[in-house]
Design a protein around this ligand. Structure first.
Ligand SMILES: Cc1cc2nc3c(=O)[nH]c(=O)nc-3n(C[C@H](O)[C@H](O)[C@H](O)COP(=O)(O)OP(=O)(O)OC[C@H]3O[C@@H](n4cnc5c(N)ncnc54)[C@H](O)[C@@H]3O)c2cc1C
Length: 550
């Protein structure tokens, strides 16, 4: 597919002739050539202390292994369907590390037979009807940024074929209610396109997951995405006012309400449903006026534990910072925020209405009482006067959104780089963190010979943090997926042993299901199954996600 790229200044919002990588994170033209990657490989191995490896090239698509399509779309949907090889490759995997390496090596064994691009809800209904009648599994597809095999058409042999239902042609801003601060958006709109359409009204959804460049509204809703703000309304859950989902059993549409106590929330039943109950086609979202007043500071700590304690107290202070991101020393160094070995706490406050200096001053006082220092001092900005974030927060933000592109480069030079994330209450964080550091490092040493593990907090709540870990280890070519799986397995087991969640915002998909089954209340599996049987009687929607295939 040719992607819409409204973030690109050369693209006015019309369909841009810019191709997405079939195997890597983002735009194909952002993957550096071999000549540029060679010095990057040397730098990475000397920085990380790993042995250098030969720079490898991705297998070209025309040499990749992909079975022939098994199904032919009927006339009523043929015009919105394709069996084009590149399209099928683009819809085979999400963006987890095993996804990237399989695509890089040209393994498209589980490619969908057909890719459908509905333009209207009527098209969605028609594709679902075809799939139900023909015994085909249908995999809803948003931006394809899942890291949990949520969009992988890896279904059992009972299905006649697979259709990837790509929602990105349904991407319009349909209505804006500036009085109530709400906007009706189609589910296939990506982060930049949502932002651009809302910006014309001076509004923002203010939900920026790291995958924002490609993730869609529908994908974010059904995976309960977390934006990158640290506190308060940063999860998509809190921004949904009402939504509309097409199911094989009919439409699921909720009322626009600011809140409601009328029984279980119909929206909450869709949030986290990961495409197994229906296809979200549109939603009314709570939007905000663009923030104008910003205050921020970068606080340094000699000890990680002191930074954690200061962060806990700030999270419990009621100050509700927009940014409250602890970066351990390695994370700070890798992201070029510091080089002096200190733990960093990035603090930021923002508002569309009033200056934030007082709140920052109080948060800084808490941090300083726990050993924090703020060498650059607090900074305040009024966007009415222009300007853009600089300093450590600016370096952090650039590294944050550029990180996924770097991961592709590391993969091509023989380095495994991936993440896992969780949430836990403050009283149990220290034990969990110590166990993860010890056991994940031991596994990396055992299966890779070496490895680095870094930690940051992505979100903080009054009762606990959401820590996010990055593991980086030298790959043994050909064995990478087994190496990766051993590390992931250790991390997931430690999370379960300590009562943490298998995921705070990356979702369950197929990958996390074994641990999710252990985490959720036992009867809840039966309830999910009953809901699925009711809404999707043939079980064709995303089989294997969240619950086992029958
Ligand atoms: C580098 C990177 C960084 C990430 N950072 C974050 C982050 O900061 N916060 C975060 O929350 N997540 C993050 N993720 C995970 C991922 O981006 C999110 O889960 C995102 O919400 C998925 O959106 P998507 O549109 O790409 O959905 P997809 O990946 O296309 O699909 C995800 C799931 O949703 C289903 N689905 C998609 N669209 C619909 C629809 N319209 N109706 C019904 N089901 C649908 C799919 O079947 C699948 O099960 C990151 C991933 C990567 C690779």
């Amino acid at each position: 597919m040719i992607d819409r790229n409204p973030a690109d200044p050369n693209d006015s919002g019309a369909l841009a002739p810019r191709a997405r990588s079939t195997w890597g994170w983002g735009w194909a033209d952002k993957f550096p050539d071999r000549e540029a990657r060679t010095p990057m490989a040397e730098m990475a191995s000397s920085m990380l202390g790993f042995p250098g490896q030969e720079v490898e090239e991705p297998v070209p698509l025309d040499q990749a292994a992909m079975p022939a399509p098994r199904i032919v779309p009927p006339d009523n949907v043929a015009a919105i369907c394709t069996t084009d090889r590149r399209e099928r490759a683009l819809h085979t995997y999400g963006k987890s590390w095993p996804d990237l390496i399989r695509g890089f090596r040209g393994d498209y064994a589980v490619a969908p037979d057909v890719v459908a691009h509905p333009r209207t809800e009527h098209d969605v209904v028609a594709v679902l009807q075809w799939c139900a009648e023909a015994g085909i599994a249908c995999i809803p597809f948003g931006g394809g940024t899942s890291v949990v095999s949520g969009t992988e058409p890896d279904v059992g042999p009972a299905w006649a074929g697979t259709v990837s239902l790509d929602m990105r042609r349904m991407d319009a801003l349909l209505e804006v209610d500036e009085h109530s601060l709400a906007a009706r958006l189609q589910a296939g709109a990506t982060g930049p396109w949502i932002n651009e359409q809302l910006a014309a009204h001076g509004l923002t959804l203010r939900c920026f997951p790291q995958s924002w460049e490609f993730a869609t509204l529908g994908g974010m809703i059904v995976t309960r995405a977390g934006g990158h703000y640290a506190t308060v309304r940063t999860h998509i859950d809190d921004l949904v006012e009402s939504l509309r989902m097409v199911t094989p059993a009919g439409a699921w549409a909720s009322r626009r309400l600011p809140g409601s106590g009328a029984g279980p929330s119909p929206d909450r039943m869709v949030l986290g449903s990961e495409g197994i109950l229906g296809v979200v086609t549109e939603a009314w979202m709570k939007v905000q006026r663009k923030p104008r007043f910003r205050s921020k500071a970068d606080v340094r700590f000699a000890a990680f534990g002191d930074a954690v304690e200061a962060t806990r107290l700030i999270a419990q202070s009621g100050l509700d910072p927009a940014n409250c991101r602890v970066l351990d020393a390695r994370e700070a160094m890798l992201n070029q925020v510091t080089t002096d070995g200190s733990t960093v706490l990035l603090l930021g406050f923002e508002s569309a209405d009033h200056a934030q200096a007082e709140r920052l001053v109080r948060a800084l006082a808490i941090a300083e009482a726990h050993g924090g220092t703020c060498p650059a001092g607090p900074q305040h900005r009024d966007d009415g006067e222009g300007g853009r974030d600089g300093g450590a927060a600016g370096s952090w933000r650039d590294a944050f959104f550029g990180g996924p592109y770097l991961r592709d480069v590391l993969l091509s030079v023989g380095i495994i780089a991936d993440t896992f994330e969780t949430a836990i209450t403050w009283d149990r964080f220290e034990a969990l963190h110590a166990a993860l550091i010890q056991r994940v490092r031991a596994t990396m040493k055992e299966v890779c010979g070496a490895g680095r593990l870094t930690c940051r907090f992505t979100h903080v709540y009054p009762d606990g943090p959401a820590p996010y870990y990055t593991f980086i280890a030298p790959a043994r070519r050909g064995d990478e997926i087994a190496q990766w799986a051993a590390i992931k397995e250790t991390a997931s087991e430690v999370l379960m042993e300590h009562g943490a969640t298998i995921t705070h915002h990356h979702a369950v998909g197929r990958l996390h299901r074994p641990w999710y089954e252990r985490q959720r209340p036992v009867p809840m599996g039966d309830v999910l199954r009953a809901m699925k049987d009711q809404l999707d009687p043939t079980g064709m929607l995303n089989p294997g996600v969240l619950i086992q295939e029958r």
